[in-house]
Design a protein around this ligand. Sequence first.
Ligand code: PMT
Length: 224
Amino acid sequence: MKFVVTAGPTREPIDPVRFLSNRSSGKMGYALAAAARAAGHKVELISGPVCLPPPRGVKLIPVITADEMFAAVHSSFPHADVLVMCAAVADYQAARMSRRKIKKKTEEFSLVLKPTRDILLSLPRRRDCFVVGFAAETNDLARHARAKLARKNCEMVIANDVSHAEIGMESDENAVTIFQREGRTRVLKRAPKKEIARELVKIILREVQKSFDKKMLRMNDSDT
Ligand code: PMT
C-alpha cells in the first residue's frame, strides 16, 4: 500500500529574511512515516523545514511554504492509498511579500495576512483513498475535532492537545483522541510519539481493511 504523510510546519515569507511559522518539529509525522514503512508500505513524506533525518526507505519531498505543500500533496494524492495530513500547515500568509528587508521602525506597524488554501478541503473525494486529518487544539478538543471531521472530508481525525509542553508540538511524547465518521472515538494515552505512531498505523490499516471488505461485499451483492 502507498502512504503519503505530511509533517512539520510551513514557512510563509514576509520579506527575504523573515517568515511566519509555528512550533511543529515534524516528530509526529516522521514517526508515522517510519511506522508505515516498518509495516512494509511504500511511503512518501512531504515535509516542511525540520531538523530530522528522513526515516530509512521513505521518499522525502521537501517543501517550505503552504503553497508548495499544497502542490506536493495534489501531485502525490492520486497515487495514494492512505493520506495522513500531520503537517501544521500555516493558516495565513502575508498578503504581499516585500522583496526588500523591511526596515525596523520605531512605531507600531501592521502586516496584512490572507488565508492559505486549505489542502484537505481542496482534495477531490476518492473512495479508494483513506484520508486522515489531524486537529491541533488548545481548548474544546472534541468539539473542534468533530467539526474538522465533518468539514474536511476525512475518514478520521486525530486530535491532540497542543497547550502542554509535555505532549503535542515539539515534545517526544503525545496523547491523542481518534474521531471517526460513525461517531466512534478512541483514546491513546500519553506515550512516546514512535509508539503512538505504530498504534495509529495499525488502527488506520484495520480501518482500510474494513472499508475494502465492505466494498467487496457490496460488489458481491450487486453480482447476485
Ligand atoms: O510536529 P510535532 O512537533 O511532532 O507536532 C505534531 C503536531 C502537533 C503538529 C501534529 O500532531 C498535529 O496536530 N498536526 C496538525 C496541525 C494542524 O495544523 O492542525 P489544524 O487543526 O490547524 O488543521 C487541521 C487539519 O487540516 C490538519 O490535518 C492540517 O494538516 C490540515 N490543513 C491545515 C491548514 C491548511 N491550509 N490545509 C490543511 O490541509
